[in-house]
Write a protein that binds this ligand. Structure first.
Ligand code: KDG
Length: 323
């Protein structure tokens, strides 16, 4: 079985029962979410053996997160329980002010994950794994996190492990595009497989889409492939001189959060299972569509049988009835 290790912050997510301005929301559902963890859980649901590294607070919310990961089958043995710092939390606002757009407010500053340091990394976590994955959110959390993520990549490389990086820029953490560029540059340099999106490329380089892609290609080592997420326009993979494209599946959007992560996790799991790039892209786009059509990041993440059923129904014409 293929083994993958992920690193990042997992938080408590408070998601209102209704759409609309947060000012008027009184009822919230409690979920567990965090970009890299979502990707890892997606891979675990697709029969990849996964482990995760991070830190959570020692109080109730830390326990909630550990239970959620365990329930999904993700290995938690190297997760640090931090007695001093709390577990991060964020609140979601759905469909306001723009219909079907989701925004977030973070309560994560000073949380346990941002104190997970180089010294907390264990060489053993990187033994016998096929892939290590982290995203642009982790280095944006704190200087400590950035150093820890860079060291993790170093250890991964030393152990012959493939490094996957998603630029995943959160401008409410990184503040400006210049800071985003400086913070993420060494990660883009080192990645073997790089996920990014139209919006992130624009923030990093500010030119036309084609020029932005030429710019990112100049950075660092030669990549095994680039995966570009184009939102409503689907996705593409560029490997050497070959370009693969997939159209999006159009579905009603309830909560956009987690769609990119389920896309990444499904694409990687499919590749690790020996599927072609075209097939992997199709499954990944289907997973993204399933995820946006429900609340919470983790709960909608599909298993293989769900992906097959979604594709069968969508392609049989039921997809046309959705929007
Ligand atoms: O990809 C979904 C994530 O953005 C969401 O779960 C919150 O991890 C999160 C973040 O840092 O924004």
């Amino acid at each position: 079985m293929k083994k993958v290790l992920g690193m990042g912050e997992i938080m408590i997510q408070m998601n209102p029962t209704e759409k609309g301005s947060l000012v008027y929301q009184n009822l919230f559902e409690r979920h567990v979410a965090g970009s890299e963890a979502n990707t890892i859980i997606q891979m675990q649901k697709l029969d990849i053996d996964t482990n995760f590294i991070t830190a959570v607070g020692s109080k109730e919310f830390g326990e909630v997160i550990l239970s959620a990961l365990r329930a999904e089958g993700v290995g938690v043995k190297d997760i640090k329980i931090d007695e001093e710092h709390p577990t991060g939390l964020y609140v979601v606002q759905r469909s306001y002010p723009f219909p079907e757009k989701t925004s977030v407010i973070y309560y994560r500053k000073g949380a346990a994950a941002s104190f997970f340091s180089e010294d907390d990394l264990k060489e053993d976590s990187f033994k016998d794994i096929d892939m290590f994955l982290v995203s642009g959110i982790t280095p944006a959390l704190s200087d400590i996190s950035r150093k820890a993520a860079l060291k993790a990549i170093k250890i991964a490389k030393k152990n012959g492990v493939k490094v996957v990086f998603d630029t995943n820029i959160r401008i409410n953490l990184l503040k400006t595009s210049e800071k985003a560029y400086d913070c993420l540059l060494p990660f883009i340099e080192e990645a073997d497989i790089l996920f990014t999106g139209k919006g992130d490329l624009n923030l990093l380089f500010g030119k036309s889409f084609e020029e932005n892609f030429e710019e990112i290609k100049k950075i660092g080592k030669r990549k095994e492939m680039y995966i570009l997420k184009l939102g409503g326009k689907g996705a593409m993979v560029i490997q050497d001189d070959r370009v693969y494209r997939s159209a999006p599946f159009k579905v009603p959007v309830i909560d956009e959060l987690g769609a990119g992560d389920s896309f990444d996790g499904t694409f990687l799991a499919a590749l690790l299972k020996g599927k072609s790039i075209e097939e992997s892209l199709k499954y990944a786009s289907a997973a993204g569509a399933i995820t946006v059509s429900l609340k919470g990041d983790i709960e909608p993440l599909p298993h293989w049988k769900d992906l097959e059923l979604f594709l069968e129904l969508y392609e049989s014409g039921e997809g046309k009835l959705l929007r």
